[in-house]
Design a protein around this ligand. Structure first.
Ligand SMILES: NC(=O)c1ccc[n+]([C@@H]2O[C@H](COP(=O)([O-])OP(=O)(O)OC[C@H]3O[C@@H](n4cnc5c(N)ncnc54)[C@H](OP(=O)(O)O)[C@@H]3O)[C@@H](O)[C@H]2O)c1
Length: 324
């Protein structure tokens, strides 16, 4: 990756700075030498400003006067919460995204990188799916509110470019995990919920029950890798069209393989039970990372086994701050 910034000194405001990806970017910037001379990075949580509120959004932008914005903040939830509250996910995210993008425009922010998600892609589609297919059909019914709000970021980015020439863009990570993830067994992301479940089973001497057969395959990406890639996008990526940030289809692994890595990392020697009466969800939903590979053919993702081990170690060492 190029280490020189094309953009010059930046004052970067990161919304959602207290979440999984925000903390990963903070780590890369503050502890892995990711910050360049003269740069300033500000990491916001909802305590600094409720971005659903336009007044609070403007006030926080006035306070920090950013030149660049990484917009990660979003109302996110588990499957059942999404199904119950599609309207809240739609309205809160539309408001948050519009407040951030329009305030950035009004205050002359030169670049905004927002975050979409691979779960907003059309429900009925062909795989591997790529960046050109986001709007080709309705999203899955369970989270249509969240998905449509996210899709509108892409529409809005194109409109800001058409009317004002702004280079506001978006990234599409696949299944991110790492320190500071949500490890809640019911509502957390699959890999982190399994880490919590396995650790609990080890402490209590009980077996682990995994929902489904373990056969579905997913592209898991370590949050620190995505953090490094988002910083590259902020500095180097000039397109308005979004870019998928993920390992390739060849690095997709099954839930069973992920569970084996977790068991090894946590030294769990008990029984694993796969409850095949529970739904597997989609077997595969491979995202194509060819665009990323065209730009960064040599980018190295952290080997999954190593990344899972580091995440398990972080979870075990940080019971007070891990979200469970
Ligand atoms: N994790 C994944 O696998 C994944 C995959 C693809 C895309 N993404 C996207 O990546 C982005 C970051 O995800 P994440 O997993 O890091 O999320 P996360 O850990 O759930 O963090 C969400 C962040 O948004 C902030 N936030 C929520 N509501 C807010 C509000 N009303 N005002 C201001 N801030 C608010 C939270 O602040 P508090 O801490 O104060 O609540 C937190 O910093 C999201 O846009 C998500 O859609 C995530």
């Amino acid at each position: 990756m190029a280490s020189e910034s094309k953009a010059g000194p930046m004052r970067v405001l990161v919304t959602g700075g207290s979440g999984l990806l925000g903390k990963a970017i903070e780590h890369v910037v503050q502890q892995q030498g990711g910050k360049l001379e003269g740069e300033e990075w500000i990491f916001l949580s909802s305590k600094d400003a409720d971005l659903v509120d336009v007044g609070q959004t403007r006030a926080v932008f006035e306070k920090y006067r950013p030149t660049h914005v990484v917009h990660l903040a979003a109302k996110v939830g588990g499957l059942y919460q999404h199904m119950r509250e599609n309207l809240h996910f739609l309205r809160d995210n539309i408001k948050m995204n519009d407040n951030v993008l329009q305030t950035a425009h009004e205050m002359g922010v030169s670049k905004v990188v927002s975050c979409l998600s691979s779960c907003i892609f059309p429900d009925k589609t062909t795989y591997p799916i790529d960046e050109t297919m986001i709007h080709n059909g309705p999203p899955h019914d369970s989270n249509f509110g969240y998905s449509h709000a996210k899709r509108m970021i892409d529409v809005q980015n194109r409109a800001y470019f058409q009317q004002y020439g702004h280079r506001y863009t978006a990234v599409i990570p696949t299944n991110v995990f790492g320190p500071f993830d949500n490890f809640n067994i019911e509502n957390g992301h699959v890999l982190s919920a399994l880490i919590n479940k396995t650790y609990k089973a080890k402490k209590e001497g009980t077996p682990v029950t995994v929902c489904g057969s373990g056969a579905p395959r997913r592209q898991f990406v370590y949050s620190l890798d995505v953090g490094r890639l988002i910083i590259w996008v902020l500095r180097e990526y000039e397109e308005i069209d979004p870019i998928i940030l993920s390992v390739g289809g060849e690095d997709e692994i099954s839930i069973k393989e992920a569970v084996d890595f977790i068991a090894e990392a946590l030294d769990f020697k008990g029984n694993m039970h796969f409850d095949t009466t529970l739904s597997d969800g989609q077997m595969k939903k491979t995202a194509n990372n060819a665009k990323l590979r065209r730009y960064l053919p040599d980018f190295t993702f952290t080997p999954l086994k190593e990344a899972i081990k580091m995440t398990c170690d972080w979870f075990v060492d940080n019971p007070d701050i891990a979200r469970t």
